[in-house]
Design a binder for this molecule. Sequence first.
Ligand code: C2O
Ligand code: CU
Length: 458
Amino acid sequence: PAAAYGTSALAAAWPNERGARPVRAEVPEPFSVRMPLPATLKPVARSSTTDYYVMTARKANAQILRGATTEIYGYDGQFPGPTIRARAGRRVVLAQTNQLDMDTAVHLHGGHTPPASDGFPLDVIAPGKTRIYEYPNRQQATTLWYHDHAHHMEAEHVYRGLHGFYLIEDPAEAELGLPSGEFDVPIMLRDARFADDGSLHFVAEDFQNRTTILTNGRPQPYFPVAARRYRFRLLNGSNLRSFVLRLGAGEEMAQIGTDGGLLGAPATTREIRISPGERVEVVVDFTGREGSQVILADDHAGPVLRFDVGAPAYDASRVPAVLRPLPPLGEPDVVRQMSLGIDPQDFTFKINGKVFDPHRVDTTIRRGDTEVWEVTNGDTFTIPHNFHMHLVQFRVLSRNGRPPVPAEGGWKDTVPLQPGETVRLQATFTGPAGRYVYHCHLIDHSSHAMMATMEIVD
Ligand code: C2O
Ligand code: CU
């Protein structure tokens, strides 16, 4: 009977389905599967300056649901893709082969990357081809991620699994004594919609129906932890969904980092707000909670992960009162306005009244300049957006005229924009000259042209 629905090995592995013939793929019982950790990719070679990696984007069958496998697009066939661990100042050269039957492009989100390697939407890898990406990693320790950026296709490609972690480490961070090694855990949250046969169902703008939350690729997993401190690197890999996460009965967490690295000082919080593309790092202390279960839950979607606290473990980690002081903000050379919204005439997604044209330069920036961008969600349909800039990390000067909350006070590359909100962002464009994009990171919107180009000129 198992063979009749084509997934014999998997179905037979589920003891409670013995003898029954499932007619459809099902989301497993909550907390019945363990949260996987994406594998760390090993370099194929190293030199004194560089780590060399190879990766292949291809279709694969992932075990996500019960009763069927799900076809995904995965870097090395994995869902999420393998994690790259880079060191600040040490170059990564990544050979990406595209074994899918469609163009891809790889973007390192948050990386200070030269234009040829930034995954500009037209710089695609054709099926069967390989492209070499060079990442200088001349930036401080932080949690980045890489994902597809092919013109108009990033939404579907990322949705189908072309996403993975890219972590940068540096000695100054290591010296702080934060939880490390197996106690430093990347967690990607995203939503998805599955058809009855277990396949991923993609319809653009389908925010109502993507109701299954995947935590490192599995629905509502559990994760065994020791009764000690952990560092969690949270990434929202959803196309459209924002999360408001709480731990247990509203317990305190120490937020230590954001998109661009460590905060100046830890910020105590009871909720984590994270919109698509953003990263939030927290330290959670399970000391003294041996034998308990602590649920991480989203205000709307409910539980996303359960921590099962085991025995105490030796813990020399700490959360210092000072993490990485932020430099003073200089005076801007230029101030610009950016407005995001859907055109009520034709329902196109626009920035400053224009749909994306990768051949047009929308913003010309002198290399080295410091700029303030006042970015508004001016949408008349009261749809949330967010705003992501390539190449730089920026600072939030204000949100709706008020100073940013501590969680938003560090280095950022993506910020949420509720309807009517305005954020003022300051960035210094020291990066290499060339063309880059900025866009809404609700990527169903960016795939529908809510994107623009900037050219850094000498
Ligand atoms: Cu994470 Cu242009 O994207
Ligand atoms: Cu948007």
